[in-house]
Design a protein around this ligand. Structure first.
Ligand code: IPM
Ligand code: MG
Length: 361
């Protein structure tokens, strides 16, 4: 089981160290190799995704990724910015299916800004298409407008597009995931305005014919944004495009109490995957030892389940996280009066201790 470990920037190094510690606790044989990515790689090699890092990732069964980015790189040419590393990995590895589960742990009901009755017991799965849409559509760029409201003015443009096979394969992923859950898929689109998303809706409906046991509902993205905070438990699996999925998954993270709790998995057709917390590099709190490592630790659990075929080890990590939260330990982002505030490292140690206990017990 080969794992490429790419901590990246900001809090990335701190949280990935804790996830690696947790993996080392399991009695499994991993070959882990670490490489630079993002701003750290730019500093060392002049590129956010050096050839050597990409090669390591492509040859691995799974990539454990931290986070990339820092405001100090905002002025660099776009191809050199840290974000290009994660976009490049998604593209080159063909990681088209992004799973972002949002689960509200009972102990964290109070950490959300929403009312307890709205979120308690929440367990939804956002499936975001990750290699298409306006993120990768060509052409894009800047030019002088020849038409529109201001002909002759400088303008910028991007291209939103989806091909039929791209929509079909992510729809299959969503229906199959729903079959293992509560058998409901909400497909989020903007079919009332955008050609791309009328097509999306048509294709998802067509694929649905193969899954008569799964309920399909269509929802416009603006309404979905509202329903996610109004009645999130009405959702089971949400499937949507790259751009809408980016936005809705950040929104959904707040239903769980903190974005520091949200893991993610990005898979290709060979079940090779990249696993990362849904949050960013948080340069404002980097180096202080206060970041929440749980999203990364839970991402490592997803890695064991989806790419390394170790579902029992995954479950052991997940239940260890549950028991650590039950014991009252909290990083600053999920702390509330009556609980114990701990550092990034203490949180990792507590998960390790909980796993060791179950191995011995
Ligand atoms: C995410 C992030 C990325 C995205 C950025 C860092 C490019 O926001 O994974 O959600 O927009 O996909
Ligand atoms: Mg995002």
């Amino acid at each position: 089981m080969k794992i490429a470990v790419l901590p990246g920037d900001g809090i990335g190094t701190e949280i990935v160290a804790e996830a690696v510690k947790v993996l080392d606790t399991l009695d499994l044989k991993f070959e882990m190799e670490t490489a630079l990515v993002g701003g750290a790689a730019y500093e060392a090699h002049g590129h956010p995704l050096p050839e050597s890092t990409l090669k390591l990732a492509m040859a691995a069964d799974a990539v454990l990724f931290g986070a990339v980015g820092d405001w100090k790189y905002d002025k660099l040419d776009r191809p050199l910015r840290p974000e290009q590393a994660i976009l490049g990995l998604r593209k080159h590895m063909g990681l088209f299916a992004n799973f972002r589960p949002a689960i509200c742990y009972p102990e964290l009901v109070g950490a959300s800004s929403l009312k307890p009755e709205v979120i308690s017991g929440l367990d939804i799965l956002i499936i975001r298409e990750l290699t298409g849409d306006i993120y990768f559509g060509q052409p894009r760029g800047r030019r002088t407008a020849v038409d529109g409201h201001f002909p002759g003015a400088e303008e910028a443009f991007d291209t939103m597009r989806y091909s039929k096979p791209e929509i079909e394969r992510i729809a299959h992923v969503a229906f199959q995931a729903a079959r293992k859950r509560n058998k409901k898929v909400t497909s989020v689109d903007k079919a009332n305005v955008l050609e791309t998303f009328q097509f999306w809706k048509d294709v998802v409906t067509e694929v649905h014919a193969q899954y008569p046991d799964v309920e399909l509902e269509h929802m416009y993205v603006d309404n979905a944004a509202m329903q996610l905070v109004r009645a999130p438990k009405k959702f089971d699996v949400v499937v949507t495009g790259n751009m809408f999925g980016d936005i809705l998954s950040d929104e959904a993270s707040m239903l769980t109490g903190s974005i520091g709790m949200l893991p993610s998995a990005s898979l290709n057709t060979k079940s090779q995957g990249l696993y990362e917390p849904s949050h960013g590099s948080a340069p404002d709190i980097a180096g202080q030892g206060i970041a929440n490592p749980l999203a990364t630790i839970l991402s490592a659990a997803m890695m064991l389940r989806f790419s390394l075929n170790q579902p029992e080890a995954a479950a052991r990590i997940e239940s260890a996280v549950g028991s650590v939260l039950a014991s009252g330990l909290r990083t600053a982002d999920i702390w509330s009066p009556g609980t114990t505030k701990v550092s990034t490292r203490d949180m990792g140690d507590a998960v390790v201790a909980a796993i060791t206990k179950t191995i011995k017990g």
